[in-house]
Design a protein around this ligand. Structure first.
Ligand code: IDC
Length: 478
């Protein structure tokens, strides 16, 4: 799955060595645009353009026009709006990156089908002229004398991945794969991952520090860390680049500790995943390109669809999954289900609609969520039935009511966890946070206090979950 990172020149410099980058320099004090290949695969590549403003005054907008050779086309773009006319691809700013301050830059990315590199580039109406400079010091001046300061954006460089830490969940299990109705490890043996979910990362940044992740990995023995990136409610839609970076950083934090990271695109209201389809494509193109080399990433493409049919969810999944697969062909993808990921039960349905009409993709699992004080025997019976036919992943559950608050229902929680253990269904508990609600594992004020280990910081829910999660995994290795 690991792809070589290449930075390749456009235009006449296409044959240059992979360690060069093109600066399409304009006259001094005008904008420049830098093209690079952020990632590539057999059928295409991910391109990235940085528009730089080396002048001492802000520019109010930009437009980049690329020409591609026949047989090569741009199929999607992010952080910009794409229009296509013949083989000319015009990129204009997204809502937030039109203005470029003095000595600053804007960045956008796109997916290309076909191998051809751009044969022409125009920035704000002026032809680009390529000048080479070594990538080893991308901020150094090219020979034209136009300062390319801030001309290479760090945002979409693929991460090479950290070697798995011996004896950790990722170190033992390696790259995961769906086999039959189970989640299997690198030895093809079924395993169960047990861990915790963040609360909304927009609200609780102090809960996801190094010390917090250390406690999860070494005190809780957590196998899994779910990163809940809300899309609405002050989440991703307000700052796509910023949230993408935060998610990537948390993926790295989990990897360094040998934990799997479940990247949760936390749609909730509105419940129709199609409302966020373009955002999902943009987000997953970026995180899958950046994290393709890693073994610890699992993608959860829609937290809780609600008020929509299974056909709509399936349609969404079949548009988002190829975006991930283009970059990271072997990663496990988890698909939300109807009725707040209840397999349809909370909206009067059941798993039969999925079993008879599954997502047209391999290596996928289906989401089931429950809140133990609200969802009991009839939901457990449905999970047991569904698990005979579908690979299930409990990417979120609470020990309390579906509001996320109220008292812990210990009997129902234990009945659920016993069932999940028996069926080897992986789970993440809502939430590893100090929110003032019954589902939070940490007492209010814990995160500001900065120490996370032990039972003294835990709520009743936290104590129950830590005791369930920290028991030995005994992952099979042969
Ligand atoms: C809840 C949070 C709460 C927040 C609310 C709205 O616990 O603090 O105000 O979301 O953002 C889910 C959702 C999850 C909910 C959780 C509890 O996936 O976002 O979190 N829940 O209500 N589905 C069922 C329950």
């Amino acid at each position: 799955m690991k792809r070589r990172t290449t930075t390749i020149l456009a235009t006449v410099l296409a044959a240059a060595a992979a360690s060069t980058v093109a600066f399409f320099a304009l006259p001094a004090s005008a904008e420049t645009a830098t093209f690079r290949v952020a990632n590539s695969w057999s059928s295409g590549y991910q391109g990235e353009i940085t528009v730089s403003n080396p002048s001492s005054s802000a520019i109010s907008t930009w437009k980049v026009q690329l020409t591609l050779p026949a047989g090569t086309s741009v199929t999607q773009a992010w952080s910009s709006t794409l229009t296509t006319s013949g083989n000319t691809y015009t990129f204009t700013p997204a809502a937030w990156n039109g203005t470029i301050a003095a000595n600053s830059s804007a960045n956008f990315g796109f997916i290309v089908t076909g191998a051809g590199r751009p044969t022409g580039c125009v920035v704000n109406g002026q032809a680009c002229t390529g000048v080479t400079t070594p990538t080893s010091s991308p901020a150094s001046s090219p020979s034209t004398g136009v300062s390319p300061s801030a001309s290479v954006s760090p945002s979409v460089s693929p991460s090479t991945g950290t070697p798995p830490v011996n004896g950790t969940p990722v170190g033992v299990n390696g790259q995961l794969k769906v086999c039959g109705n189970k989640l299997c490890n690198q030895y093809g043996k079924p395993i169960q991952l047990r861990g915790m979910s963040t609360h909304g990362i927009q609200w609780f940044p102090a809960c996801y520090t190094d010390a917090a992740l250390d406690a999860l990995a070494t005190d809780w023995n957590s196998d899994l860390f779910r990163v809940s990136m809300y899309v609405q409610e002050q989440g991703y839609e307000t700052d796509p680049a910023g949230f993408t970076t935060r998610v990537n950083n948390l993926v790295d934090e989990a990897e360094q500790r040998g934990m799997y990271a479940l990247i949760d695109f936390h749609i909730l209201t509105p419940g129709d995943p199609m409302y966020n389809l373009e955002r999902a494509k943009t987000f997953f193109a970026q995180v899958s390109a950046r994290n393709a080399a890693k073994k610890n990433v699992i993608y959860e493409i829609a937290n809780e669809p609600n008020g929509v049919s299974w056909a709509t969810i399936k349609n969404y999944a079949e548009q988002v999954i190829p975006v991930i697969r283009a970059n990271d062909p072997d990663a496990v993808v988890v698909v939300g289900t109807r009725g707040w990921s209840s397999l349809g039960v909370s909206e009067g349905g059941n798993s039969a609609e999925i079993i008879s009409n599954p997502v047209n993709a391999s290596n996928v699992m289906y989401t089931f969520h429950f809140y133990a004080a609200s969802h009991k025997d009839n939901y457990r019976a449905e999970v047991e039935r569904a698990a005979a036919s579908l690979p299930l992943f409990v990417t979120e559950f609470g020990t309390v009511s579906y509001t996320g608050d109220g008292a812990v229902d210990t009997a129902s929680s234990n009945a659920w966890l016993d069932l999940l253990d028996r069926l080897q269904i992986s789970y993440a508990n809502w939430t590893f946070s100090d929110a003032g609600e019954g589902s939070a594992a940490l007492r209010p004020g814990t995160c500001a206090g900065g120490s996370f280990a032990g039972t003294g910081v835990l709520t009743e829910s936290g104590q129950l979950m830590r005791s369930r999660i920290r028991t030995a995994d005994n992952f099979p290795t042969a």
